[in-house]
Design a protein around this ligand. Structure first.
Ligand SMILES: [Zn+2]
Length: 221
């Protein structure tokens, strides 16, 4: 088991940490071993974000997600990364967020293994790089030289972006409004109904939020 996960939680002081017992673990059946830890962070010029991590003390299962605690409409955010400082554009990605890296054709979509995180563009590139390295090994074993070459090209492009030599357009869309890019150069617009319908919700189905008394005006269509 490799755990190359960086915390990426550098959003200032956690002003509220809560541990909630969730009972039995659905994965290993451990009795009362499942816990949720919730942190609320205040991101300057943005607002409050709650990070939650579910952990099983017995089997080590863990899963993280984030939720924006302000009432935000579903938007598409984009930023053109052109120089090194743009790499520090903040990324809040919930499980229902889709990230697109245009120039390298990489799309991070919601799925069963999707994790929510608060990081920055550099952190996202690092995640992508790790995934690409795994793909590369796999393709190498398969003897698919063409795929290996393609992966190498993308890896090189990522290095160039990190060095401020090549541009990268980073986009994030979330039909639930729980993901965002935060930074000076970030542009945003409301998602169209068509886009909302076509985006995956990841593990979420349309239900009330579990916690709190958020009043999301839900239009039943
Ligand atoms: Zn377990």
């Amino acid at each position: 088991m490799t755990e190359g996960e960086k915390p990426g939680v550098d959003v200032g002081e956690a002003d509220d940490i809560q541990v909630i017992s969730l009972g039995d673990c659905p994965i290993c059946g451990g009795k009362g071993t499942l816990k949720a830890m919730q942190y609320i962070h205040e991101i300057p010029y943005f607002g409050k974000v709650m990070e939650s991590t579910i952990i099983c003390e017995k089997c080590g299962y863990r899963n993280a997600d984030v939720m924006i605690l302000e009432d935000r409409p579903p938007k598409s955010y984009s930023v053109r990364v052109e120089e090194e400082k743009d790499l520090f554009t903040r990324v809040v990605r919930s499980k229902s967020g889709t990230i697109e890296l245009d120039e390298i054709g990489v799309k991070i979509e919601p799925g069963p293994a999707a994790e929510g995180f608060v990081s920055n563009v550099e952190g996202v590139l690092e995640r992508v790089r790790e995934t690409l390295l795994m793909t590369r090994n796999f393709k190498k074993q398969e003897g698919d030289e063409e795929a290996v070459k393609k992966v190498d090209e993308i890896l090189q492009y990522i290095e160039d972006v990190k060095g401020g030599k090549k541009p990268l357009t980073v986009k994030i869309m979330d039909p639930l409004g729980n993901s965002a890019l935060i930074g000076e150069k970030v542009k945003s617009r409301l998602l169209t109904q068509e886009e909302i319908d076509s985006l995956s919700l990841g593990p979420y189905v349309k239900v009330e939020p579990e916690e709190g008394s958020e009043e999301n005006p839900e239009s039943d269509s």
